[in-house]
Structure formats: C-alpha cells, structure tokens
Design a binder for this molecule. Sequence first.
Ligand SMILES: Cc1cc2nc3c(=O)[nH]c(=O)nc-3n(C[C@H](O)[C@H](O)[C@H](O)COP(=O)(O)OP(=O)(O)OC[C@H]3O[C@@H](n4cnc5c(N)ncnc54)[C@H](O)[C@@H]3O)c2cc1C
Length: 396
Amino acid sequence: MTSTADVVVIGGGAIGSSVAFALARRGASVTLLDASTPGRATSASAGGLWSLGESLGLGCGVILHTAQKGVGDGPAPLPRTFMDFLWASNLRFPSLAAELRTLCGIDIEAESATGLLYLVYDDEQERHASRIVEWAGSDHGQVERWTPQHVHNREPLITHDLRSAIHFPGDNQVNPMLLTEALKRGACAKGARFIAEARVRAFRCSNGRVVAVESDKGTIACGAVVNAAGAWGAQIARLASIEIPIQPVRGQIICTEALRPGTLRSNLSTRDCYILQKAHGEVIIGSTTEYCDFNTEVRYEDMCSLAAGAIRAVPALRNVTLKRAWAGLRPGTPDELPILGPAAELENFFHATGGFRTGIVAAPLTGEVVAASVLGQTPEFPIEPFLAHRFQFLTA
Ligand SMILES: Cc1cc2nc3c(=O)[nH]c(=O)nc-3n(C[C@H](O)[C@H](O)[C@H](O)COP(=O)(O)OP(=O)(O)OC[C@H]3O[C@@H](n4cnc5c(N)ncnc54)[C@H](O)[C@@H]3O)c2cc1C
C-alpha cells in the first residue's frame, strides 16, 4: 500500500511525538511511524524535568562520573547554550499540559512545585557544589544552597548525615508515558496519522532527496523525513547512507510499591542515584548510565547499588517493597548534546535524536525547532549548535 504525507516522522517516543505534534499544529500532513522496539527510552524514563540539574551534571551525569572515575572533581556542566535550551523547553510544560488536556483529555501530570534537591555528602562534593552554583549564576531563577537543618525541615525522611544540599526550584517532573501519548493523540487531533508496529526498512531516494519511506506497514511517499528513532537513530540514518554518532546508553531503574503521595516532596539526586515519587505514590529510583550496546538486561548487582544509594539518602526506604525494575536505552552522543535539524547529505532529511539523558524535558522545544526547520521557518531557538555537521570529523 502506498500513501503520501508532507512529512514522515520515524519514531513515536517523546521526541518523534513532539515533532509530529508541532508539525501537525502548523498544518503539515504528517505520518508518524513507530516499531515498538524493546528498550525505547521514553517508556523507561523517570520523567524528571531537570533543566538545570541535568545541565549542571547533577543527575545522571554525576552517577556516570562516579561510576567511571570515583568521586573526584565531579562532572563538568554541559554548555550554557544547551542549559538555555533546556530551560526554555522546561518553561513550556505548564501551557503544553493545559493545551493537551483540552485537546485530548490527558493529564500529563506535570508537577510544578516539587523542585530538585541535590544532596551533598562530603567535603569533595561540597567544593564541587560551590563551583557549579557559581557557574550557574542566577540567570535561570534562584539556585539555593540549603543547610542540613533546612533539608530536614522540608524533607524529614532524608538522612541527617549531610553536608548541605542544592535546591533547583524550577526542576520538576512529568509522566513521560502520558506526555508522549498526549502528544501523539494531539498530533492525530490536528490531522496526523500514527501507524504502530511500522518498522522502517528502507528509503527510496532520487536527486538528493528522499521520495518515499518503506515500512512493514507499507510505503509512504513524502516531502521530508524526520529521524526521531532515539538510540536507533544511527541505524535509520545509515539506511539513507548518513553517518551520525548515536550510541545507546543503558539506564536501569527500580520502582517501589505506592507510598502515600507527598511522602517525598522534592525530587532527590545524589552521586549514587536519583529518587522521585510519582503522582500515584510509587517511588522511582534511577538510574545507571552505561555504555553497553543494545543490551537491555537488568542486573541484580546494579539494582542493589541503586537501592543502597536510595537507602543512604532516605533511610526509611529500607522498609519499602520493590515492585518492578526495567532498563531503557538513551540516545547518547559524544558531546551529550542532541542532534537536531537538517542533514547535510540529503536535502529533505532531518534529525531529531540524541536526546540522551534530557530527552523528556527537551521534548517540547525540540518539537518546535525541528518542525520549524522542516517547514523552512526560522526556529525560535538557534539550531546551529545541535546540527549533525559538528561531528563530521568523527564520521569522515
Ligand atoms: C532509565 C532512564 C531514565 C531517564 N530519565 C529521564 C528523565 O528523568 N528526564 C529526561 O528528560 N530524560 C530522561 N531520560 C532520557 C529520555 O528518556 C530520552 O532522552 C528520550 O526518551 C528519548 O526519546 P526519543 O523519542 O528520542 O527515543 P525513544 O523513546 O527511544 O523513541 C524512539 C522510537 O523509535 C522507534 N524506532 C526505532 N527504530 C525504528 C524503526 N526502524 N522504524 C520505526 N520506528 C523505530 C522505537 O520503537 C522508539 O519508540 C531517561 C532515559 C532512561 C533510559
């Protein structure tokens, strides 16, 4: 069966769904294809909207750094342009949540008052924390240093064995699955077509352009293609003879039984793990950050070390039952920044991948800038720092 679309978006995770929504909202005819690949990142995500915390390296960055290098100096912050990008994306959540609720009746559980609290355990971390707070400055709202007493007043269940904490009041959380479902349905409400179980197998190209996408569910003639295949982004690009350096980065994560909502008021982050209580009461403890190809196994040893980190931060978790553990594959890039916008090799081929550890918080703005770029409009945030072009020396 052959159908047609202005744009075919490949990958129905948070990023592809956001791109499809933004394109459909601008009046483009869109077909969104997804292959339900095991290990897809959005289904594994914790849903932290930690625009500052993650760009300063205090979420998965510090966990990776601790696992690879011991404690030491701590990870370097990501570039300021990217922090600005994530901040701008994060600010979109309240209005996006309202729009999606009206459009398709889904509450994406975008919490606005949790905040992220990074726990500092020792002198070395204290020095690192001081450096990054200074680096962050006050551009994006207040980053607060909290004393152990202040932490205790606000979060009585947190360990007293602390040096201090850093509070990021704007770094909240969302339900990543509901966000993605709502974006997908929102796109369909605006005229997009979603085809599930549609694995893309090949592209038909002519005169330097993709003219059709071949999938398990038929061929779609198209005006443009967006590669939003997450950790499989390099494989999709290769079908069009394009090389991009996307590498799967496994995240293993645990979920507890539901506790009374509000047991933890903040999202917590430490050098061992992060901990956040979701809207329905379960506590998520995540997550490893490992380069191990497309392996999605959950390992006992890693579960034990995440649980030990969580019990150190919140000793009462010792008495809580674990309900589930899983793993997902983040789309990693060498510089930890996404790959967005036009490919140099084919006129109408665009990337929206490399969301790495911040793909959920980045989804709203990623959708907007990629949609604008596909339609020849000026993106509201400069896309240049994120072009695939920056890796040419790696892939040549
Ligand atoms: C454990 C864990 C915790 C995380 N926590 C957070 C967090 O708290 N906050 C945050 O911002 N980010 C977090 N992330 C990162 C975030 O989840 C990802 O960056 C984001 O989900 C990437 O979305 P995506 O749409 O690019 O990829 P995915 O969600 O992986 O979607 C890619 C899609 O492409 C499809 N696909 C692949 N190949 C094909 C093909 N050939 N044809 C058709 N479809 C195909 C797959 O089926 C998949 O659905 C976390 C990730 C993990 C693993």
